[in-house]
Design a protein around this ligand. Structure first.
Ligand code: GUN
Length: 281
């Protein structure tokens, strides 16, 4: 591998040390930072993610409450639970783990979260603020990518950022963050013809499709920064969205695991602390 490995684990350790200090300061002021996580159903990947969020909160001195609801929970029951958490002054951040079971309307669920407690930044008010470059909760994965790029001194203003994938969790907020950071931004999706022609123009290439081998070395410019957001399980192993041969062509590359994944959890802690500090006034 000739690309410089962008070590999300190392950056996370540094960020989490800061989060621990921030949590301690809040506690010294009589405020216990508190994240509430709602998990509906028993999707194994979601259970794993929620478990790692719980552990990270505990290590940082942030209280976490995980509310596990059965897979057949009614929309009204879930919304009532969110309203309860909105009204609970001891809770600073609320996260509903996605995806939700098919019978639930995720848009309505997210809109029920108080935007001031929307630790994921998925509420339309926070997405709208991000689009306007106003202060807002920012979705954890793209926020983590911005921190990782900054830690490796990657210059964003004036660069061409190509994003493959337009999800609400990664692609869209990533595009907005990059626009706000003065990049030239191209967003591709599964219907983009000649994807390689576009990805080869990228100084910074963010791949977030949820499909293994979306991008291979032939689609990457020599020396480019490649951010692999994918976590795909295949024959018992973890793979990103980027093929292994990209490591010989890119200048910088995030590994899977150990790249973007840990950054997402670190940003969740930092977003929770932002909200707790804000609600303190
Ligand atoms: N599912 C996958 N990623 C995320 C995330 O960042 N937040 C939530 N709530 N659910 C997710």
């Amino acid at each position: 591998m000739s690309a410089i490995k962008m070590d999300g684990k190392a950056v996370t350790a540094k960020m989490n040390a800061l989060s621990r200090e921030r949590a301690q300061r809040l506690r010294a002021q009589g405020i216990e930072p508190h994240l509430a996580v709602i998990l509906v159903g028993d999707d194994p990947a979601s259970q794993t993610y929620v478990g790692s969020k719980e552990r990270a909160c505990m290590n940082a001195g942030i209280r976490s409450t995980v509310i596990r609801l059965p897979g057949d929970t009614a929309q009204e029951t879930l919304i009532e639970k969110i309203q309860e958490l909105n009204a609970d002054k001891s809770v600073h951040g609320i996260l509903v783990q996605l995806p939700l079971p098919m019978h639930l309307n995720a848009d309505q669920v997210i809109e029920a979260i108080d935007p001031m407690k929307d630790v994921d930044g998925f509420h339309p008010i926070n997405m709208g603020k991000l689009a306007l470059d106003l202060p807002a909760s920012v979705p954890c994965t793209p926020a983590g990518i911005m921190v990782l790029l900054s830690e490796y001194d990657i210059e964003i203003p004036g660069s061409h950022v190509v994003i493959v994938g337009r999800s609400r969790i990664v692609g869209r907020p990533m595009a907005l963050l990059m626009i706000n950071a003065h990049a030239t931004v191209t967003v591709c999706n599964t219907r983009t013809p000649n994807l390689g022609e576009i990805t080869r123009q990228a100084d910074i290439l963010v791949v977030a499709t949820g499909h293994r081998n979306t991008v291979d070395a032939s689609m990457v410019r020599e020396g480019a920064v490649v951010i692999d957001v994918g976590i795909n399980r295949f024959e018992g192993k973890l793979y990103g969205d980027v093929a292994a041969d990209v490591a010989d062509k890119a200048g910088w590359l995030t590994p899977v695991p150990g790249g973007v994944g840990p950054m997402t959890v670190a940003m969740l802690l930092s977003n929770t602390l932002d909200l707790a500090e804000m609600q303190r006034g």
